[in-house]
Design a protein around this ligand. Structure first.
Ligand code: HPA
Ligand code: ZN
Length: 326
């Protein structure tokens, strides 16, 4: 059977990273930007490892320059995501990559996304919410305007603040100014940690940034006391197994720690991260979890219930989506 039509909740995607290569190629042609070297001969994104992935990602983002680009991208992404049964999706959007630090431009991009989300809700039956996201490897200073943008736009559509990017720049505590700003605005928080940085990075992120969710978090597997703490505190992990396998954060699907974390009582959820980069979809993720760990429809239902409970949207939206999972 295919898991495609099962209703799904996806908490960890990056809007720019969901852009199909052909979409980015189209924008590059319109704007006469030469980024041909980021594509393989057969048309996919070409990267060797995580650092190179971040560079290719950044190059793709240079084509996103206007609110209309963001509106079209959002529609294209939602069409594809809805096809895979996703009824609720949260997406990181990183104004840092586009618009060159101009807060007014960022607001226009987010408004265009919100317009597209409203249209997709009507036509495709998928609900999208945005999480404004600082880029860690750009450094703590560069994350402050992203946090300011998040705090200023926090509302029905922008529902949280997050941080993504390379984990090896500074320590989590170096970014506390941005997270404090978002927290003081009342925003829910999430941060990528433990994709590369191991258990220490996850522990420091929880201690210093006081987030409710961790992006990836798989590095926690080496520290039983930390796993216990994560389970006890109801911290939710946004796990992206296909991404981890392709970027070689884990050796293969068999050695991915998601099942062990779940069995230890950790609240795990499943997402695609950047599907066209990692040649994955939510259907593929479920198929691989079924093949590798034997997870079936009941497991996926529980996974989606965990995800909607941990979503950053308002309670009415949660209740409405929860009904669709029944
Ligand atoms: N990790 C960190 N930063 C990212 C990723 C990721 O997998 N995808 C897009 N930005
Ligand atoms: Zn991510």
């Amino acid at each position: 059977m295919s898991f495609r039509t099962l209703p799904k909740v996806e908490l960890h995607t990056h809007l720019e990273g969901c852009a199909p290569p052909d979409f980015i190629k189209g924008l590059a042609a319109e704007k006469k930007i030469d980024i041909s070297k980021i594509f393989t001969a057969d048309g996919g994104y070409a990267f060797r490892d995580f650092d190179h992935f971040l560079k290719v990602y950044e190059a793709a983002c240079t084509t996103l320059q206007t609110p209309e680009d963001f509106r079209r991208l959002t529609m294209a992404v939602l069409e594809e995501t809805a096809f895979h049964g996703v009824v609720y999706m949260e997406t990181f959007v990183s104004p840092d990559f586009c618009g060159g630090g101009d807060l007014a431009a960022w607001r226009d991009y987010l408004a265009a996304m919100e317009d597209a989300a409203a249209e997709a809700e009507e036509t495709l039956g998928i609900t999208l919410k945005g999480i404004v996201t600082g880029i860690r490897h750009f450094g703590p200073e560069a994350c402050k305007p992203a946090a300011r943008c998040a705090a200023e736009t926090y509302g029905d559509f922008i529902v949280g603040y997050g941080m993504a990017g390379g984990e090896m720049v500074g320590r989590p505590g170096d970014y506390s100014y941005s997270f404090d700003m978002a927290r003081e605005a009342g925003m829910p928080l999430t941060c990528h940690a433990g994709e590369w940085g191991g258990a220490a990075m996850v522990a420091e992120t929880l201690r210093d940034l006081k987030v409710a969710r961790i992006g990836h978090g798989i590095g926690a597997i080496s520290d039983p006391a930390l796993i216990e703490e994560i389970a006890e505190k109801d911290i939710v992990l946004e796990v992206c197994p296909g991404s981890n396998v392709v970027l070689k954060a884990v050796k293969d699907w068999d050695s991915h720690p998601i099942a062990k974390l779940r069995d230890a009582g950790v609240k795990v959820t499943v997402s695609t991260d950047d599907p066209p980069f990692f040649h994955t979809t939510m259907t593929d993720e479920y198929e691989m979890l079924h093949r590798t760990f034997g997870w079936d429809e009941d497991d996926f239902k529980a996974l989606n219930e965990t995800a909607i409970a941990a979503a950053f949207c308002d309670d009415d939206t949660k209740a409405r989506i929860a009904k669709r999972l029944e």
